[in-house]
Design a binder for this molecule. Structure first.
Ligand code: CP
Ligand code: NVA
Length: 328
């Protein structure tokens, strides 16, 4: 069965931990593993703009011995002249993985349905699961473990990042707190799915409008832009609505001593976070950005191995990847 990564819960807790282990191994030996030798091509398709996702997938595929094929917004027939179904059937005969940043989650699901190779969500309106893998790697590097740690996300609690923190951090056994204004909280179905995951892993989920409750004693404080891609027309109203949820020094002081600050970037200083916090000693945003590269290299490798599409290239894999199939 071909494995895809369309949202955070597409990896079970054990699989997520294995991907993070693999990412750490690949980070420690950056140019040492070539599972995409051939070179195999990875299509990286953008319907929205990007810096981190574009650079990290391009560099990551090349580092794995593969050939990155970056398709910028509007460059393919997909989306205006050709259906997702036909596109998937054509390109998945030519590439070994399809990475897609787009608007609709159902579009990604359709791509996966008709693809012969793994499909990876590189951000949709609903989820940004690759970013969460990078964040988890960063948290693990700095706090030593994930299970039992408390992560608090403040601001637009109805966006793709909030949804992915709910699912991804609950999968890691963390205590996830999501705080935002009324009307901008996660859909109940997503909070419920996170709660189910948390029940399996020993984590917990709190969705609240109460910023103080969310911040109290947290190990990790996170925010994201108040105006996601596609919401530019709402900028003025959103700036007003989310203003009370700014992460500033006072908010950081409510967290645990030694708490870390994360932001997926791009960041808007003076809006969702003050400059003294994001540029201060608790901020790990550039480690977090770098970890996109390592986490995605591991994810691509994991999906190919688990899909049975990397069998003949096993010698090019780190030992932690070699054990993936056997451990099931
Ligand atoms: N964090 C993130 O996905 O950044 P880009 O939009 O620049 O890819
Ligand atoms: N929520 C943001 C994340 C950017 C990486 C957006 O969708 O624009």
């Amino acid at each position: 069965m071909v494995r895809h990564f369309l949202k955070d819960t597409d990896l079970n807790p054990q699989e997520q931990a294995r991907v993070l282990d693999l990412a750490a191994a690949m980070k420690a030996n950056r140019y040492g593993y070539k599972p995409l030798a051939g070179p195999q091509t990875v299509a990286v398709i953008f319907d929205k703009t990007s810096t981190r996702t574009r650079f990290s997938f391009h560099a990551g595929v090349a580092e794995l011995g593969g050939n990155p094929l970056i398709v910028n917004p509007g460059e393919a027939q997909l989306g205006h002249k050709e259906s997702i179904c036909d596109t998937a059937q054509v390109i998945s005969r030519m590439v070994s993985t399809i990475v897609w940043r787009t608007y609709s989650q159902s579009g990604l699901e359709e791509m996966a349905r008709y693809s012969r190779v793994p499909v990876i969500n590189a951000l949709s309106d609903d989820y940004h699961p690759c970013q969460i893998l990078a964040d988890l790697l960063t948290i693990r590097e700095h706090l030593g473990q994930l299970a039992g740690k408390t992560v608090t996300y403040l601001g637009d609690a109805a966006n793709n990042m909030a949804n992915s923190y709910l699912l991804g951090c609950a999968t890691a056994g963390m205590h996830v707190r999501i705080a935002g204004p009324e009307g901008y909280l996660p859909a109940p179905a997503i909070a419920q799915e996170a709660q189910q995951r948390a029940a399996e892993t020993g984590g917990s989920v709190l969705v609240t409008t109460d910023m103080d409750q969310a911040l109290s004693g947290a190990d990790v404080i996170i925010t994201d832009t108040w105006v996601s891609m596609g919401q530019e027309d709402e900028k003025e109203a959103r700036t007003r609505i989310f203003a009370p949820y700014t992460v500033d020094a006072k908010a950081m002081a409510q967290a645990a001593p030694g708490a870390i600050f994360l932001h997926c970037l791009p960041a808007y200083r003076g809006y969702e976070v003050t400059a003294d916090v994001i540029d201060g000693p608790q901020s790990l945003v550039f480690d977090e950005a770098e970890n996109r590269l390592h986490a995605q290299k591991a994810l691509m490798t994991f999906l190919l191995v688990e899909s049975g599409l990397a069998e003949d290239r096993r010698t090019a894999l780190p030992s932690v990847a070699l054990t993936l199939n056997e451990e099931k």
